[in-house]
Design a protein around this ligand. Structure first.
Ligand SMILES: NC(=O)c1ccc[n+]([C@@H]2O[C@H](COP(=O)([O-])OP(=O)(O)OC[C@H]3O[C@@H](n4cnc5c(N)ncnc54)[C@H](O)[C@@H]3O)[C@@H](O)[C@H]2O)c1
Length: 318
């Protein structure tokens, strides 16, 4: 039996393929990635006791009818994920995040294979009140978030038309380390900037706004929890370790590093309001979020400590 993971070399995937729980160790893990982000290092020193097969391929190039035989679940991570830059590449973002999801989800439906879609809490957009999965008025603020929301709607349609079994996990912004980690999202970017002694760039409206965050170990544990419980019930679950403001994050970084400065910047996808996302639905089924934002930040800064400000002269890089 096998488990297929698309986008397996990414920020989340590179940790997911190492966090495999005991009860799944006998499965074959088929990893698909086009390497558009060139994270070859995600394949270095994989655990020896797991049976991995890597397919260096675009998700559009795979013959799914063949590969989906004897598959327990597809975990679909492959996507273009930089929300801010998605403004300038909407067409490509839609092609990969929406059309790419459609191809695999249709193949899963035809072959009766459950489909795990990783969506995002940014489908909520600006919200006055705390939101949970019952919230119907969604305001995605970027082409990235819209492409994810459209893909969610498509899965619901395919469940009616073709009997697709799926689960949608709306992840908060990931923090915490992985081999293939990226630094374009809030917490990691701030750690990177603080390490390089650059001012932390904060969107003008965002300093005291709440946003949802998810510890990477909660993210991987949750995905395998879903498989273990066979929770393919066509439901949507928020996945959030904590909600925090940028001020909270800057304070944590400042506790670890000296001379942290901030700079207010404009962004094309600045929200006007906070959004605070509740993840009680999955907790009611017994899942526990155990991550910790302060620990995640500390560990990320520790990863980078070898490059932190030990220059003999004061060089400022713009
Ligand atoms: N990182 C976060 O903060 C976050 C938050 C919420 C949701 N998510 C979702 O989780 C999933 C994984 O995110 P991530 O942070 O690991 O992203 P990532 O950008 O680090 O990794 C995505 C991976 O997909 C691969 N990929 C992209 N297009 C592909 C294609 N056409 N064919 C094959 N492979 C392709 C890339 O090479 C990359 O390795 C995404 O769907 C993302 O939307 C991420």
């Amino acid at each position: 039996m096998k488990i297929i993971i698309t986008g397996a070399l990414g920020h989340i995937g590179s940790r997911l393929i190492r966090d495999i729980p005991q009860f799944l160790c006998r499965y074959q893990f088929v990893l698909i990635d086009s390497l558009i982000t060139e994270r070859y290092s995600s394949l270095f020193q994989l655990p020896e006791d797991i049976n991995y097969t890597f397919l260096h391929s675009d998700i559009f190039e795979i013959d799914y009818s063949d590969i989906l035989k004897d598959t327990v679940a597809v975990i679909h991570l492959a996507a273009i994920t930089d929300a801010e830059r998605s403004v300038d590449r909407e067409k490509e973002v839609n092609r990969i995040n929406f059309n790419g999801t459609e191809i695999i989800a249709r193949a899963c439906a035809k072959n009766s294979v459950p489909f795990i879609m990783i969506s995002t809490t940014s489908v909520y957009g600006s919200q006055k009140d705390k939101v949970d999965e019952t919230c119907e008025k969604l305001y995605p603020q970027s082409p990235y978030a819209s492409s994810k929301l459209n893909a969610e709607l498509l899965l619901k349609q395919l469940s009616v038309e073709m009997g697709l079994k799926f689960v949608i996990l709306r992840f908060g912004t990931i923090f915490g380390k992985s081999i293939g980690m990226r630094f374009h999202t809030a917490v990691n970017k701030f750690c990177w900037q603080a390490t390089l002694k650059q001012p932390i760039s904060v969107w003008e409206t965002a300093y005291d706004q709440y946003r949802p965050y998810l510890d990477i170990s909660d993210a991987t544990t949750l995905i395998y929890y879903i498989i273990g419980k066979k929770l393919f019930n066509n439901e949507t679950y928020n996945a959030v370790t904590t909600n925090a403001t940028v001020r909270d994050i800057v304070n944590i970084v400042s506790n670890e590093m000296s001379d942290v400065k901030i700079e207010f910047v404009k962004s094309k996808i600045m929200n006007q309001l906070s959004y605070h996302v509740v993840a009680e639905k999955i907790q009611a089924l017994g899942f526990k979020f155990e991550g910790d934002l302060a620990i995640g930040i500390k560990e990320t800064l520790q990863q980078l400590q070898g490059i932190s400000g030990k220059l003999p002269i004061n060089i400022i890089v713009k």
